[in-house]
Design a protein around this ligand. Structure first.
Ligand SMILES: Cc1ncc(COP(=O)(O)O)c(C=O)c1O
Length: 423
C-alpha cells in the first residue's frame, strides 16, 4: 500500500472552533477511502435496508462519532481514570450513564462495552466462572453466538444447555425452560434472541430463575430500542443484568451497554474494565449519550410504535404472498419467514432479493430444512416509510422473487423517495 502523506493542515490543525467529521478533508487526503464511503452511501440510499440489526443514526450521532473525543484515552470510570486529562470526557460518560438510567429506569448503567458481544461477555464475567452451566436459547431457535455457540467463548467456557421453541407455535416453550432449569441447575439463564419476533415473558423467566437460584440475564440487543420508545415490555424490572446493543432499533452508534441493580453495579463495572476491556471509546460514549437523548423524546416513541406497525403489515403481507411467517406474525421490528412454500430456500430468496436491491439476512429455522429469511423495519421506518410503503415492499418481494426485470428499478424508485441521509 502506498503511504499517504498527510497534508500540513492535517498534521498541524489550526485550532478550528468545531473540529470533527470533515468529509472534504478525507476526500482530499485519501480519495480511495472517500470513494468507498461514497459508494456505501449510494448503496444504502438506492436499496431497501431490511437487515433487522441495522438502522440510520442521526447526523448528531455521526458528528459525535467523528469528533476529537476519539483521540482521548480514558481507562477506568469518570472521576477514577488511569489517564490524565479525562476531566472533560468524564462529563460525556456521566451524561450517557444518567440518560441511560433515566431512559430505562435502571439503578446502574455501564455504557463502555464496545459491542453487544462485549456486553454479554462482561455480564458472564461478572456472574459466572468457567465451567458453570448456562441455560440459553439454542442457536437453531434463535440464540446468539454468545449464548453458547461452540465457535464462541460462551460455548467453550461454559457448560451450555439450549432451550427451544414449540414446534407448532414457534413460541418459547416455557415448560421446557423450567424443566431444563430444574434438572441442569444453571448458574445463569439467558432470555434474548437474534430472531424471536415476539415479546418474551420476562416474569416467567424470573420465576424459573428464582426457582433454581439462577441469575437472569436479559440479552435485549434487539428489543431495547422498542423498550426505550415504550413499544415493548422492559426486562429491567426482572433481569439481574440487561445486556444491549445501542445500534439496532435504538438508533445509536455501534456499541453495547449494561443495566443492573445497585447490588451488582461494582461487579459489572469491574467485569467491563479492567477484566474484559481496556480504554473506553469516548467518542462512541458521547454518541451513545446523544442517542439516549434522542430516544427520550416523543418523536422516538412515535418512531418505535411505527416500527412495530410496519413490521406487522410486512409480516401479514408476506404471509399473504405464501411465506410461512414464524409465530404467524410479530410483536416487534423483526420478522422471520420461511420461503419454502414458494419452492425456494432462504439463501435462494435472499440472492434474488439482493439482485433487486432488497437487503436482508437468512436465519436458522428451529424446525424444518434449510434457512429462513430474517428482516426488520427499523431502518426503513427511520427513512420515513409507513404502512403504505410496507405494502409496496411486499409487492416488490413478489416481483424480485419472480426475477422480474423491472424489480431493481421499482426498488430504487421507492428508496429514492425516502433518502436515509438528508441535507
Ligand atoms: C441477541 C444479540 N446479542 C448479542 C449481539 C451481539 O452484538 P454485536 O454484533 O454488537 O457484538 C447481537 C447482535 O446481533 C444480538 O442480536
Amino acid at each position: 500500500m502506498p503511504a499517504i502523506a498527510a497534508p500540513a493542515s492535517v498534521s498541524a490543525p489550526a485550532a478550528p472552533v468545531t473540529p470533527g467529521a470533515d468529509f472534504e478533508a478525507l476526500a482530499r487526503q485519501d480519495p480511495e477511502i472517500a470513494d468507498v464511503v461514497r459508494a456505501e452511501v449510494r448503496r444504502e440510499a438506492q436499496g431497501l435496508q431490511l437487515i433487522a440489526a441495522e438502522n440510520f443514526t442521526s447526523p448528531a450521532v455521526l458528528a459525535a462519532l467523528g469528533s476529537p473525543l476519539a483521540n482521548k484515552y480514558a481507562e477506568g470510570y469518570p472521576g477514577a481514570r488511569h489517564h490524565g486529562g479525562c476531566e472533560v470526557v468524564d462529563a460525556a460518560e456521566r451524561i450517557a450513564i444518567d440518560r441511560a438510567k433515566g431512559l430505562f429506569g435502571a439503578a446502574h448503567a455501564n455504557v463502555q462495552p464496545h459491542s453487544g458481544s462485549a456486553a454479554v461477555l462482561a455480564a458472564y464475567a461478572a456472574l459466572l466462572k468457567p465451567g458453570d452451566t448456562l441455560l440459553a436459547m439454542g442457536l437453531p431457535s434463535g440464540g446468539h453466538l454468545t449464548h453458547g455457540s461452540p465457535v464462541n467463548f460462551s460455548g467453550r467456557w461454559f457448560d451450555v444447555v439450549g432451550y427451544g421453541v414449540d414446534a407448532e407455535s414457534g413460541l418459547i416453550d416455557y415448560e421446557q425452560v423450567a424443566a431444563l432449569a430444574r434438572t441442569r441447575r444453571p448458574r445463569a439463564i439467558v432470555v434474548g434472541s437474534i430472531s424471536y419476533p415476539r415479546h418474551p415473558d420476562y416474569a416467567a423467566f424470573r420465576a424459573i430463575a428464582d426457582d433454581v437460584g439462577a441469575y437472569l440475564v436479559a440479552d435485549a440487543a434487539h428489543p431495547i430500542g422498542l423498550v426505550a420508545g415504550g413499544a415493548a415490555p422492559s426486562p429491567v424490572p426482572y433481569a439481574d443484568v440487561v445486556c444491549a446493543t445501542t445500534h439496532k432499533v435504538l438508533r445509536g452508534p455501534r456499541g453495547g451497554m449494561l443495566l443492573c441493580g445497585e447490588e451488582l453495579a461494582e461487579r459489572i463495572d469491574r467485569a467491563v474494565f479492567p477484566f474484559t476491556q481496556g480504554g473506553a471509546q469516548m467518542h462512541t460514549i458521547a454518541a451513545k449519550a446523544v442517542a439516549f437523548g434522542e430516544a427520550a423524546g416523543p418523536a422516538f416513541a412515535t418512531y418505535a410504535h411505527q416500527v412495530v406497525s410496519n413490521a406487522r403489515v410486512l409480516a401479514e403481507g408476506l404471509a399473504g404472498e405464501g411465506f410461512a411467517v414464524t409465530t404467524g406474525g410479530t410483536d416487534t421490528h423483526l420478522i422471520t419467514a420461511d420461503p419454502a412454500p414458494l419452492g425456494m430456500d432462504g439463501r435462494e430468496a435472499r440472492a434474488l432479493l439482493a439482485a433487486a436491491g432488497v437487503v436482508l439476512d437468512t436465519c436458522a429455522l428451529p424446525y424444518g430444512e434449510g434457512r429462513g429469511l430474517r428482516l426488520g423495519t427499523a431502518a426503513v421506518t427511520t427513512q420515513g416509510m409507513g404502512e403504505a410503503e410496507m405494502a409496496r415492499i411486499v409487492a416488490l418481494f413478489a416481483l424480485a422473487l419472480r426475477g422480474e426485470r423491472n424489480a431493481p428499478t421499482e426498488v430504487r424508485e421507492l428508496a429514492r423517495r425516502f433518502p436515509p441521509y438528508r441535507g
